[in-house]
Design a protein around this ligand. Structure first.
Ligand code: ADE
Length: 238
């Protein structure tokens, strides 16, 4: 999977994507991340990438030409088949379903907005999909793009163990059950006896119950959409 990131602050990506699992995925050639500085496509002598909004108002707007020229130059004819994502707090909210959809493509282009936004003609010309990573405002789209790269890369075959993928939150539609490891007692707090029992069927049942109760308490919206068995419903009632 190849990610092409368009930004005026490529330095932001230096840290988070070059450690641990994503570092290994890049070394193994499963994922590649290419950073492109939009300023390289500015045409005036100040290398401007933003200007005042038509109609007035506060702040500056990112200009369309440098971004469109950058994406067209880097993607070339592949632009036709490549999803172009524009990171903005006014986008559709990113989630695991969208991540699974994006992970089907061999290449993604991500455009990071800054200032008060991006000239809307960029979205129209590049047929970009606007995504937000949540209902809060970042100083720019770079961290949002890094989040999307992280989430989508995990789904690329070979990047992580398929068993971990199947077990985790949001794959099943439920939040994860609580986990414990050594020591067996810490600051007077023990580990639930069931986990030390060696009874795998009862452990699985306990974990399911924990996942259901946690989801009900923290994210009832997820529970309403989850696929529940009759046994799940009994566990929730019990
Ligand atoms: N840019 C600023 N805030 C953002 C958000 N929440 N998601 C995506 N891009 C953003």
């Amino acid at each position: 999977m190849r990610f092409d990131v368009f930004t005026i602050f490529p330095g932001i990506f230096a840290g988070p994507l070059n450690e641990s699992i994503l570092k290994r995925a890049q070394e193994q050639g499963l994922v590649s991340i290419h950073l492109h500085n939009i300023r390289d496509w500015a045409t005036d002598r100040h290398r401007s990438v933003d200007d005042e909004p038509y109609g007035g108002g506060p702040g500056m707007v990112m200009m369309a030409p440098p971004i469109v020229h950058a994406v067209e130059a880097i993607l070339g004819p592949e632009l036709e088949q490549t999803p172009v994502i524009l990171l903005t707090p006014s986008g559709e909210v990113f989630n695991q379903d969208i991540a699974r959809e994006l992970a089907q493509y061999p290449r993604l282009a991500l455009i990071c907005g800054r200032y008060e936004g991006i000239d809307d003609r960029v979205r129209v010309i590049l047929r970009a999909r606007e995504l937000s990573i949540g209902d809060y405002v970042l100083t720019g789209g770079e961290l949002a793009a890094a989040v999307i790269i992280d989430v989508v890369s995990r789904l690329v075959p070979g990047v992580i163990d398929p068993e971990s993928l199947a077990e985790e939150s949001h794959t099943s539609g439920l939040l994860e059950y609580p986990q414990y490891t050594r020591p067996p007692v810490f600051r007077g707090l023990g580990v639930p006896d069931i986990l030390l029992s060696g009874n795998h069927a009862r452990i699985a049942e306990w974990r399911r119950q924990q996942a259901l109760c946690r989801t009900r308490a923290r994210r009832p919206d997820l529970l309403a959409r989850a696929q529940l068995t009759e046994k799940d419903r009994r566990l929730l009632e019990g």
